[in-house]
Write a protein that binds this ligand. Sequence first.
Ligand SMILES: Cc1cc2nc3c(=O)[nH]c(=O)nc-3n(C[C@H](O)[C@H](O)[C@H](O)COP(=O)(O)O)c2cc1C
Length: 205
Amino acid sequence: MSTLLHIDSSPRSASASSRLATTFVNRWKKQNPSGTVIHHNTTNEQVPFVDEPALAVLYGGLAPATDDQKHILALSEQFIEEFLAADVLVLGVPMWNFGIPASLKAWIDLVSRPGRTFKYVEGGGVAPLVPAGKKAVVFLSSGGAYQPGTPYETYNQVDPYLRTIFAFFAIVDVTFVRIENQNRSGVAPAEGLAVAEAQLAALLA
Ligand SMILES: Cc1cc2nc3c(=O)[nH]c(=O)nc-3n(C[C@H](O)[C@H](O)[C@H](O)COP(=O)(O)O)c2cc1C
């Protein structure tokens, strides 16, 4: 039985990234009727940030003493179990100030833990503790356009960062579907959506 972990991070009810990610997930469900889908919206769920007392339990291995420490450790454990169990990761990501929303980064900070999803190795360096073979599909929505070869290509910090963190977890089968020009004067957002929808349809054809 396959498991799909769907993580949205836009708070907008009209979110393009959530809409396309959800379309993908619904099609996947039709193709995998006995599959399991787990869904979170990191912004709406207000995934907490890691402060010093949280670091002590998440990275320092200290037993949680306060309610806040118990809460963040339980959440981190839940997110890690969901992440480790998933065969497919589907991310809906709005580009915010050229990067990912802080709440998605907060989710990653709770998933990325020594002894749980990666380990330190002798002589320096790190190694993933994540089962091989996971796939990731990212639906990235942006106001502008960041196509390779254009002057704005390097402004896009979402692809490089997510590819890096996925590679850190040994996830190399990563597909980006870009939903571009969602707030650009003179360019109809529908065009960017249509390009992304065509790419999405090809992914599960
Ligand atoms: C806080 C904020 C920051 C944004 N920063 C950027 C940006 O750096 N580059 C860009 O092209 N669009 C930017 N946008 C526009 C969004 O990426 C665009 O509206 C996108 O469609 C949002 O995704 P969603 O429809 O899934 O919510 C920003 C929007 C917001 C609300």
